[in-house]
Structures are given as structure tokens and as C-alpha cells.
Design a protein around this ligand. Structure first.
Ligand code: SF4
Length: 374
């Protein structure tokens, strides 16, 4: 492989005002204020330490995720973005901030715009009061649409909304119908919708209630029906289903996230953040930071895991990731028996050059990807 041309930078801001009962992200809950400037100092020091590894790359994208990065003092965000831009040459194609609806005030959004943020990913999660309550969210049903309207008014040309399917204890719509939140998202003015099925992670509050038999979750078949109806509703509304959980209006796919699925390099900064580096000679390395804040803040303890991979392993990973996207993978990269199996089960379509997942393939994406990448 030639020298990678560019790098995406991810920054994790771990603080949240409360812990959602389904959340398994690296999160720190505080009631008052997070240490805005001290954390900026940590991340900037880490940027300076890590950047030499990505020397020669231009800056492709920046993504601030969390946690709740929209809670970070906008002045700190501005300084951080300036520092990243000063570190790598080039103009990023996309600068995204994940935003809690309650942070989307006119003043904050103006500050983000002035700092160079081009895209917001707004954690609406649902347009239904009962679902928001069941998910334990800290915003009310009007906050999501108000945030989208305010972001449009503030001049953001690129907006994504997150929607969670399968809130516990809430009756799903009749068979074949998409949830009201999906129709609302499609009509809200966003150009991108990320749809996640609620997953119950062991170490969360929902995980505990589930083990005790006290969480009324949907059956797998009900979730699959919701996924299918969601697909039909969003594609009928003009969205392209381009990755298992991602829908975009034409030309509005998420650029930063696309790097994760196509083997683009990324530098992850902050608590729990993951990095991916490719060796020009083939193969490369992945590493991620500690999920605990105190360990992250100590450079000697920051690194939680570092693994290397060779060219063959990378090729298998890219096959696995490619089968989670509508672009699929090159026909020639898939072993003949695995391709025949996927075609026989209606999981992929073959256009002669590429194998692309069908809707059924998206539904069974993990099994499909595992089988094809052998
Ligand atoms: S707001 Fe997001 S990151 Fe924070 S606790 Fe809730 S789900 Fe987790």
C-alpha cells in the first residue's frame, strides 16, 4: 500500500449529566460541571504526542463524540479544533459534534459554527414521550425537533438524528408499520438518520433488570420487523440505506464514519478512544485508551490495548466491514463457497463486480460478515 493520504481525528468527551440505563460507552457522570479546560489540556497534550505517528497525512475529518461533547465549553471546542487543524495540513471535509438536544441553544450553535463545526449528530432518540421516558433520557419530546429546527436556523447544512428502536415496555406499531419516530425523523429536515436497535449490554442498568426478568424487551422477530419497516419508510422518503444503521439523503453519507468501514486511518483522542494506523508496508496497528478517566489522565497508564495486524488480517477485516455497507465488497475478494452460500440464502446480490447485502443481508449482517470473512 502507498502511504495513507489522510487521517480522521476522533475526540471523546466522556461526561454526561446522567447515565442512560442502556449506555455502555466510556462515560463519567457529574451533577455540576465537567473539567472543561483541564480535559482540553489533556487532549491537546495527547494530540501532540500522537500526531508524529500520522505525519504526512492531510486532515480528512474531525468528529467529537461522547459522552456529551455538546456540553463542552464551546471556547474549548474552538481551541481544540484549531489545534487539530494546526497539526495536520488540509481542510477537513466534515467536522461533526454529537449533540444532546438540550445543548442546542442559538448561542451554542453560533459558537460551534464560528469554530468550524459543519455537522451535528443530534441524539433525538425518539419523537415519542413514552419511549423517551422508557429509555431514561434527560430530554423531553419537544427538545429533539426544537434542536433540529434551531440547527437549521443556525445554518448547519448537514444534520443527523439518532433514533433507537425497541424502547422497553412500549408497544411496537402494528406489523409492517414503521415507528412514528421514523416518519417524524424523515420529515424533520435532517439529511441523515442513524437507527439503532436497543441492545441490552450486560453491565448496564438495563442488563441488570433483564437478567432479573424485569425488562419487557421486544422479541427478536419484533425488532426485525421494526428494522424492515424502518428500511421501507426511510427509503420511500428518499434516504439511501448505506450501512446497517445509517440512512442518508443522496450525497450526504457520513464522511468520518465511512472511514471506519473502509480502512481509512483515524487518530482517537480522549477517554476510551480508538485509533487505527496503517503501515505503508502492509498491515498496521490498532490501539485504544483506557475507559477510566483517572487512568486516561496519566500518560503512563493511558494506553489500554495495542495490537498489530498483517495484510491478510486487514483484508479479512475490510471484508467483514464492507458487508455491513451497501457498497459491499469486491466479488473477487470473497471465497467462492462463501459467496455461493450467501447468494443461495438471499443475503447478497451479485452485480458481477461486487457482492452487496440485500435487506435480509443487512438484517443478518453479523452472520453474513462472519461467514464471508471466514
Ligand atoms: S447521553 Fe449518550 S453517552 Fe451519555 S449516558 Fe446517555 S447514551 Fe450514554
Amino acid at each position: 500500500m502507498d502511504q495513507p493520504a489522510d487521517v480522521g481525528v476522533y475526540v471523546h468527551f466522556p461526561w454526561c449529566r446522567r447515565l442512560c440505563p442502556y449506555c455502555d460507552f466510556p462515560v463519567v457522570v457529574v451533577a455540576d460541571q465537567p473539567p472543561h479546560r483541564a480535559y482540553l489540556d489533556d487532549v491537546q497534550a495527547e494530540l501532540a504526542a500522537q500526531a508524529p505517528r500520522f505525519a504526512g497525512r492531510t486532515l480528512a475529518t474531525i468528529y467529537l463524540g461522547g459522552g456529551t461533547p455538546s456540553w463542552w465549553d464551546p471556547a474549548c471546542i474552538a481551541e481544540l479544533l484549531a489545534a487539530i487543524r494546526a497539526t495536520f495540513p488540509g481542510t477537513p471535509a466534515e467536522v461533526t459534534v454529537e449533540a444532546n438536544p438540550i445543548d442546542c441553544t442559538p448561542a451554542t450553535m453560533a459558537a460551534w459554527r464560528a469554530a468550524g463545526v459543519t455537522r451535528l449528530s443530534i441524539g433525538v432518540q425518539s419523537w415519542d414521550a413514552a419511549e423517551l421516558a422508557a429509555l431514561g433520557r434527560d430530554h423531553r419530546v419537544g427538545d429533539g425537533p426544537a434542536a433540529i429546527a434551531a440547527a437549521i436556523a443556525a445554518g448547519f447544512a448537514s444534520l443527523s438524528a439518532d433514533v433507537i428502536l425497541g424502547a422497553p415496555g412500549v408497544a411496537p406499531p402494528p406489523d409492517g408499520e414503521a415507528p412514528a419516530s421514523i416518519h417524524a425523523a424523515a420529515a424533520s429536515g435532517v439529511d441523515h438518520v442513524s437507527v439503532y436497535e436497543l441492545t441490552i449490554e450486560e453491565r448496564t442498568a438495563f442488563g441488570k433488570r433483564h437478567r432479573a426478568g424485569r425488562l419487557p424487551v421486544l422479541a427478536d422477530e419484533q425488532l426485525a420487523a421494526l428494522f424492515e419497516a424502518t428500511h421501507h419508510a426511510l427509503t420511500a422518503a428518499g434516504f439511501e440505506h448505506y450501512e446497517v444503521s445509517s440512512y442518508a439523503r443522496p450525497g450526504r453519507r457520513a464522511v468520518h464514519n465511512g472511514r471506519y468501514w473502509t480502512g481509512g486511518e483515524y487518530l482517537g483522542l480522549g477517554v476510551g478512544a480508538a485509533s487505527f494506523w496503517r503501515d505503508p508496508a502492509g498491515g498496521g496497528a490498532r490501539w485504544h485508551n483506557h475507559r477510566k478517566l483517572d487512568a486516561y489522565r496519566d500518560p503512563a497508564r493511558r494506553l489500554a490495548e495495542h495490537t498489530t495486524f498483517d495484510a491478510a488480517e486487514l483484508a479479512r477485516d475490510l471484508l467483514w466491514l464492507g458487508m455491513r455497507t451497501s457498497d459491499g465488497v469486491a466479488r473477487a475478494a470473497v471465497p467462492a463457497d462463501a459467496a455461493a452460500w450467501a447468494l443461495a440464502h438471499g443475503l447478497v446480490e451479485d452485480d458481477g463486480a461486487r457482492l452487496r447485502p440485500t435487506l435480509r443481508g443487512f438484517l443478518l449482517s453479523n452472520q453474513l460478515a462472519a461467514r464471508l470473512s471466514g
